[in-house]
Design a protein around this ligand. Structure first.
Ligand SMILES: [Zn+2]
Length: 305
């Protein structure tokens, strides 16, 4: 009998050990992110045409994002605004904010831009440079990512409040002279949801759908919010995505995180700028992959579960 008892104890210990391992593996199990649905959402935007401000495709693109978010989020807020450009044009723009647990004090902010660039100035063929970029990776991929995150949060509610922000007018003007760019993030920074708004951390996702994905740590993010960079790259590693999230600095980028950093919010840029089709007419859906969207979507969901 003592032998049996020991055996039972051994079995119990083994079961307990198994359960502990089980719990650990559950904690590391990637959250469910639907890659097929994400690609369908990239395609839905591409089918509208380039979502360039002041065009019908842009109006339809914004309406489509709101309609996609409504079944998933607790609240969807549209923040309309206008911007007069350096050449005197008035742009009609909208930021879209989908909120989960809107009353929660502890919050995380994710953002992406949803507009397309009116000129593809990096195109090799000069005749193409005055035409808009299709914006599959630069625009549509980030939107598809965050709508997929919204769907994931609907099915498995987050442990903190989550705000998904779709900013407009990121890509209108000239980054070299800082003219008429980052319009939506600038507007949001000056019109936060409330005066005490201070998310625990924030992540901007930009150009994260590249089928050939390598995301290096961005310079401004490392300088101004190194703890957030460490948190995101550690989560990616825990999910086995260390080949996609490379813990080295390669770029320093002017992007939508800058106005928010200036406002004191701890927001980093997760971006793969190593994209040969950036601001060209070749930024099309064949360059985007479900696998990349799934990997980044899993990281985003795991950070708030
Ligand atoms: Zn762009």
């Amino acid at each position: 009998m003592p032998l049996v008892r020991r055996s039972v104890a051994t079995v119990l210990l083994a079961l307990l050990a198994g359960c502990t391992a089980c719990d650990r593996s559950t904690a590391d199990t990637p959250p469910a992110f639907d890659g097929t649905a994400a690609m369908a959402r990239v395609k839905a935007q591409m089918d509208l045409g380039a979502r360039v401000p002041n065009t019908p495709a842009h109006v339809q693109g914004g309406d489509w994002i709101v309609a996609q978010l409504k079944p998933f989020a607790d609240t969807v807020i549209v923040q309309p605004f206008t911007h007069v450009t350096a050449t005197g044009d008035t742009l009609h723009l909208r930021n879209i904010l989908a909120r989960f647990k809107p009353a929660a004090a502890q919050r995380v902010l994710y953002l992406t831009h949803w507009d397309s660039r009116p000129q593809a100035e990096e195109s090799k063929d000069s005749a193409q440079r005055k035409l808009p970029t299709p914006g599959a990776n630069d625009g549509a991929s980030g939107v598809a990512l965050l709508i997929g995150v919204a769907e994931g949060l609907k099915h498995a509610p987050p442990s903190v409040g989550v705000d998904l922000l779709f900013v407009d007018g990121e890509d209108w003007g000239d980054f070299k002279t800082d003219t008429d760019v980052l319009l939506g993030s600038r507007y949001f920074a000056e019109h936060l949801p409330d005066s005490a708004y201070a998310p625990l951390f924030g992540v901007l996702f930009d150009m994260i759908g590249d089928a050939d994905l390598q995301i290096y740590q961005e310079g401004n993010s490392l300088q101004q919010a190194p703890d957030v960079v460490a948190r995101v790259w550690a989560q990616a590693k825990a999910l086995g995505h260390e080949k996609l999230f490379i813990p080295e600095n390669k770029w320093t980028v002017t992007d939508d995180h800058i106005p928010l950093l200036k406002k004191g919010l701890h927001v980093i840029d997760v971006i793969d700028l190593d994209y040969p089709y950036h601001h060209t007419r070749e930024d099309t859906i064949d360059k985007v992959s479900a696998a990349s969207l799934v990997a980044v979507g899993q990281v985003a969901l795991a950070l708030v579960r």
